[in-house]
Design a protein around this ligand. Structure first.
Ligand SMILES: Cc1cc2nc3c(=O)[nH]c(=O)nc-3n(C[C@H](O)[C@H](O)[C@H](O)COP(=O)(O)OP(=O)(O)OC[C@H]3O[C@@H](n4cnc5c(N)ncnc54)[C@H](O)[C@@H]3O)c2cc1C
Length: 444
């Protein structure tokens, strides 16, 4: 396994403070940035679901050792805090042959272990994140979309022996308060929550032998009798490192050419007023994901009576979309809201934000040992609440040589396939996304 002797990290996260999930919460004081040099037994880089789960599991496995975890920004502003808040238990995708069903079983074992772990932590530490098992509607806008995308999904759920309901027409309209969707496959096990509140709560309840440093970007990594990382406030020396920096992990030199970076945009409204709630007349929270991930819109109605719109996916290999480009999408999100909920014409957005997901060509995670004493848990392929959590926990078990049968499950998912040269990736990915959008234009 090749180990870079010294590596400069040039691409750093550039999260602004537009993430409404975070701004609607009470102010939180981030943990202090590193000031001075530090020695630790373990260093975890990145404090999203993956890094936090890894640090927690290292603390559990090595109670007498000192674990440092650093994050370039603030917990709650990262992808882990700015997603749509679905804790997804069953795969979105469809398959029919037995090999793929086997892989679906593996995904579900991993996702359910992660969900159980998060549920326990939410309870144990009284994390106020609106954690609630509301289920998920996978929706189609047209009969053709239902036939081509929902029916195979339902067939797969049957084959897996999973509980689901096919909901349509008036029943669906009554549950969601809109007639926009014609059909939905409802799966009851999905949890909905406020992701910024969850990730903040996880960061603030780490075990005593873990120290978190926020606003502490790693700008250089050197191997010299263990690892030495440079941050603006000092160096950290640790013999063992876990890299959990999501899409930014590819710069550290270990898996440099397998990640595709996508920018996603989302908006969250203010709470509906009592009068608007009376007009809307839906009292239960819900979450909707589209049958086609590229063409469709993800939406939620939250416990505190807000609506979420998550729409617009673009390739952005630099992970650095401008604030202006986010603003351009606001009008479109407003249009989506009015189109689906004409009885709520005056509901405004708290904010609109952009966040990044890291994908691989074959949907496989970057999980495993990447060099002597260096491990990676990254590239969660868009469902990182569960995948990041379980991958973080399992990477810590792997690094500590702690047996866990789920390690085999995650390893069986494979590793990211190398990408072609960068211009080809950009042309190919953009063409594929345009085709998907066009093909599913009636599903938006
Ligand atoms: C709009 C949107 C909607 C989504 N919806 C869902 C959903 O509903 N359900 C779901 O499961 N997933 C969803 N996702 C995906 C999910 O958010 C991610 O897969 C998940 O958060 C990844 O977790 P992570 O810990 O790997 O990465 P991150 O949360 O990105 O954490 C990585 C951390 O590394 C830090 N870092 C990077 N570089 C450095 C450095 N040089 N030094 C120090 N720290 C560094 C970053 O600051 C960051 O905090 C969505 C994503 C987006 C953007």
């Amino acid at each position: 396994m090749a180990m870079p002797e010294s590596r400069s990290i040039k691409r750093l996260p550039n999260n602004d403070s537009t993430n409404a999930w975070n701004t609607i919460l009470p102010l939180r004081t981030p943990k202090p940035a590193l000031a001075g040099d530090l020695n630790a037994d373990w260093l975890v880089i990145g404090a999203g679901y993956a890094g936090l789960a890894a640090a927690r599991q290292l603390a559990h496995n090595c109670p007498d050792q000192k674990i440092a975890i650093v994050d370039a920004g603030v917990c709650g502003e990262n992808a882990s805090g700015r997603n749509s808040g679905f804790v997804i238990d069953v795969p979105h995708t469809v398959s029919s042959n037995l090999d793929q069903l086997d892989s679906a079983h593996r995904h579900m074992r991993l996702a359910r272990a992660a969900t159980n772990q998060l549920a326990e932590l939410v309870k144990k530490h009284s994390i106020q994140c609106d954690w609630s098992v509301d289920g998920k509607y996978q929706t189609a806008v047209t009969d053709e979309g239902a036939e081509s995308m929902l029916q195979p999904f339902a067939n797969e759920l049957e084959a897996l022996g999973e509980d689901y309901q096919w909901v349509r027409g008036d029943d669906l309209a009554a549950r969601l308060g809109t007639r926009h969707f014609k059909h939905a496959v409802y799966t009851p096990g999905c949890v909905l929550m406020n992701p910024a509140a969850l990730v903040r709560g996880l960061a603030d309840s780490l075990p005593d032998n873990v120290t978190l440093f926020e606003n502490t970007p790693v700008t250089q990594l050197q191997s010299a009798n263990g690892m030495v990382v440079t941050t603006p406030g000092g160096e950290i020396r640790a013999p063992k490192v876990i890299l959990a920096a999501n899409g930014f992990s590819d710069q550290f030199g270990y898996k440099p050419n397998g990640f595709v970076h996508l920018a996603l945009k989302a908006s969250l409204t203010r709470p509906l007023t009592p009068e608007e709630r009376a007009t809307y007349s839906v009292d239960r929270p819900w979450g909707v994901t589209p049958a086609n991930a590229f063409g469709g819109v993800t939406m939620r109605y939250t416990n505190d009576h807000r609506l979420l719109v998550r729409q617009d996916i673009r390739l952005d290999m630099q992970q650095n979309m401008s604030a202006q480009s986010t603003q351009r999408i606001v009008a479109h999100h407003r249009h989506i809201l009015r189109d689906r909920f004409p009885s709520l014409p005056d509901v405004t957005f708290e904010n609109t934000w952009v966040g990044y997901i890291c994908m691989s060509r074959n949907g496989a995670p970057a999980f495993g040992q990447v060099a002597h004493n260096v491990w990676m848990s990254a590239c969660q392929n868009g469902i990182g609440v569960t995948k990041g959590t379980i991958s973080g926990q399992l990477i810590a078990d792997l690094a500590c040589e702690h047996e866990n049968p789920l390690i085999k499950d995650i390893q069986a998912l494979g590793s990211p396939q190398p990408l072609p040269a960068r211009p080809l990736v950009e042309v190919g990915a953009r063409a594929m996304m345009k085709w998907e959008l066009w093909k599913n234009r009636r599903e938006s």
